[in-house]
Design a protein around this ligand. Structure first.
Ligand SMILES: NC(=O)c1ccc[n+]([C@@H]2O[C@H](COP(=O)([O-])OP(=O)(O)OC[C@H]3O[C@@H](n4cnc5c(N)ncnc54)[C@H](OP(=O)(O)O)[C@@H]3O)[C@@H](O)[C@H]2O)c1
Length: 273
């Protein structure tokens, strides 16, 4: 019987996850399908129930359900417990098991480039769900210090506290100051949603230089202003689509227990831009 997988969220029409996973099924000749399923905010419980009814094999969770999903799960991975959010679920005979592949999916392109994280300093822009997974990732890899810059100061402080609770030195700053000091950090990561609508970079890139690793987790558009300006300053750049692929490959491997066909998934993703 064909196995069905899904991504749930709202909005979901423009999700690239069905393209990525269906390309992987095609590449490996698997009898599986992956659909996008819109579940509006406030309707998660009913939505999950209907997924159980059709005996969904597994699903990804995106905005706005990543945190609320924690309430409807039977078992949680260690990553979910740490991050407090779920992006991947497996259905094992009716038992829903929660995972979070955002953290390791984020780290994957850094590791692929053999860039060391241990003892390095990080400037993280944003303090939402994605920023939380990223802060946990840098803590796990033994970064020296993480500085959070967020529009809403209180949330930035909260995330700095969360990072400290994971054993990494942390502090909070403004987006203005972050721009002035960006050159001093090995990693400068944009985890705000600024850029999605082609906005200018969330910080000034004047101080960015060739020693910076500039990582924008926005994947649509691929070349955000933050990335384009940082490239002009000769920074090493990492694109949001690489994280998207990283988390998708890890979800694929959790569900299917076989190595994800990275090249086929990457090809269809880049064709989608
Ligand atoms: N590449 C990937 O695989 C991947 C994975 C996950 C997420 N993402 C992308 O990452 C982005 C953030 O996701 P999320 O789940 O963390 O969202 P979220 O929880 O809604 O957080 C949004 C963040 O952006 C900030 N922000 C929004 N508008 C802003 C503005 N005009 N100026 C300055 N800051 C602003 C918010 O600051 P306030 O606290 O002040 O509101 C908050 O820190 C989204 O664009 C998402 O598509 C990519």
């Amino acid at each position: 019987m064909t196995k069905t997988f899904a991504v749930i969220g709202d909005p979901i029409d423009h999700s690239l996850s069905p393209n990525i996973h269906n390309a992987a099924f095609n590449a490996l000749g698997m009898d599986c399908t992956y659909i996008a399923y819109r579940i509006p905010k406030g309707e998660l419980k009913e939505g999950i129930e209907s997924l159980r009814q059709i005996k969904i094999s597994g699903f990804n969770v995106t905005i706005p359900h990543k945190i609320e999903m924690m309430r409807y799960i039977d078992e949680l991975s260690e990553e979910c417990k740490t991050i407090g959010a779920i992006n991947t679920v497996t259905n094992e005979n009716g038992r829903l098991i929660g995972h979070n592949t955002d953290m390791d999916g984020f780290l994957e392109p850094i590791k692929k480039r053999n860039i060391a994280i241990k003892n390095e300093d990080v400037l993280l822009l944003g303090a939402g769900g994605a920023a939380r997974a990223i802060a946990a990732g840098f803590a796990k890899e033994g970064a020296h210090k993480i500085t959070i810059a967020n529009r809403t100061k209180e949330k930035g402080k909260e995330l700095a506290k969360f990072a400290a609770s994971l054993g990494i030195e942390s502090n909070e700053t403004s987006l203005d100051e972050a721009g002035q000091n960006a050159g001093k950090y090995k990693f400068v990561v944009n985890a705000t949603s600024v850029g999605l609508k082609n906005e200018l970079s969330p910080i000034s890139t004047n101080a960015i230089n060739s020693q910076n690793v500039v990582y924008d987790i926005i994947y649509m558009p691929m070349n955000t202003d933050f990335i384009a300006q940082s490239k002009k300053k000769s920074a090493i750049v990492i694109y949001g689509y690489e994280m998207l692929l990283g988390q998708a490959c890890l979800a694929f491997e959790i569900w299917h227990k076989v190595k994800a066909p990275y090249d086929a998934m990457r090809k269809v993703l880049l064709g989608g831009f």
